[in-house]
Structures are given as structure tokens and as C-alpha cells.
Design a protein around this ligand. Sequence first.
Ligand SMILES: [Zn+2]
Length: 217
Amino acid sequence: MRKKIITGLCIAGLMACTSMTAFAADVSKVTIDNYSTSSEAIQKEIAAGIGVLPDSVADYFTATGGKVVLYDGILHFYNNADDMYVNGVYFNESNIMQIKTTEYLINNPNVSIKGAVVHEFGHFLYDEVVPYLSIEDKNTITNMYNYWSKYMPSCTDENETFAEQYKILRAFGGKSFSAEEISVFEHAEELCTKLLNYYNEHGEKLEIGPGVDINNL
Ligand SMILES: [Zn+2]
């Protein structure tokens, strides 16, 4: 779910992170409200989600004031009955990510809190890098949306499709991705590294505009 241009969630678990250090962001990299008071099972899900993110995504989120808020209750997104189905929300203007951590979700086979974390970080990534993606990558995202919107109700627009597919790839190791699709996510993560490096060097975010070419940084 997203507000304005928003959201995402993810996983970790598959590999015990021996060789893939680039994809093993530690949960301590991210500011998380209500983490220490959450159950061990919830903490494990949250850490697993952040654990599949590249360091640059977690670090850029934190550097730019991002915060995850765990909430044991209904997340009010639509302000109607559908709110009970919302498991995560990313507010891109405030850089606040809300994750629903009600205990019954732990044993619900239809919901993955880990997946929700990666999905919401997918929204963060999309919002930050989409202005800098190549025309080819943007076309691939459009094609992904045109395809997946027919099969997945959650793929309601390009941003939601990006977040949902990012979750499936990174959190669950999805095997059905084309090379072009995988490239989009890799390019997005590489751009996030560039944005993080720029931020660390200049103490501010790179401005967006026709005169800015991130590839020349
Ligand atoms: Zn979403």
C-alpha cells in the first residue's frame, strides 16, 4: 500500500548470508518504533525483511530520515472496511513506513510480515530512483504492470507492481522473472547506492531535474 507515491516489504532467510554480504542489511541500520517491545516472532519477521535488503537501501532510508513504525492494530489507509487488509503503508512525504504486527498475522499463511517489510521498502526504492531509471527500465516496469495487473489484484499501478514484484524476488526468491525484470531491480538498487554516496558526500539529497544526470556523478 502507498500514500501518494509509496510502500514495500521483504525477506531474508534463504541464505545464511555467508557470501551475499551486499544483501544482508542489519535490522539495527533502521530506526524502528516498537521493535524492542514486540514479540520475538515479530522481531524475527522484521529483521528477516530488512535482512534481504541491500545495505544501500536500508542506509539511504535511514540517512534521509526514514523510520519504520510497528503497529499492533489496524492501519488506516483507506479509512473504510478495507483497512483491515492493509499490512503495510509507506508515506513518501514523511518517509514513515508503517507495518502491521498484530500477533495473529504470524500464523496466517496468507500474510508475511517479512514480505510486507520488503514490499514497503520496494515503494521507497521506486519513489527514490524512478526519476533516474533509463527509458528501457521504465518500459520494462510498464510491461510488468500490464502483465501482472491481469493476475495479481495488488498490482494496481506501476509503483505497486514494482513493490510487489520486488518483494517476490528479494523476499521469496521468485524464479519467474525475466532478465529484463531482474535488471530493473538491480539498476534501482545501484542507483540507490549512488544516491546514498551523493548524500554522504554532500549532506543533502540529489536534486531531481532535467539538468541532473546521475550517471555523471
Ligand atoms: Zn504497496
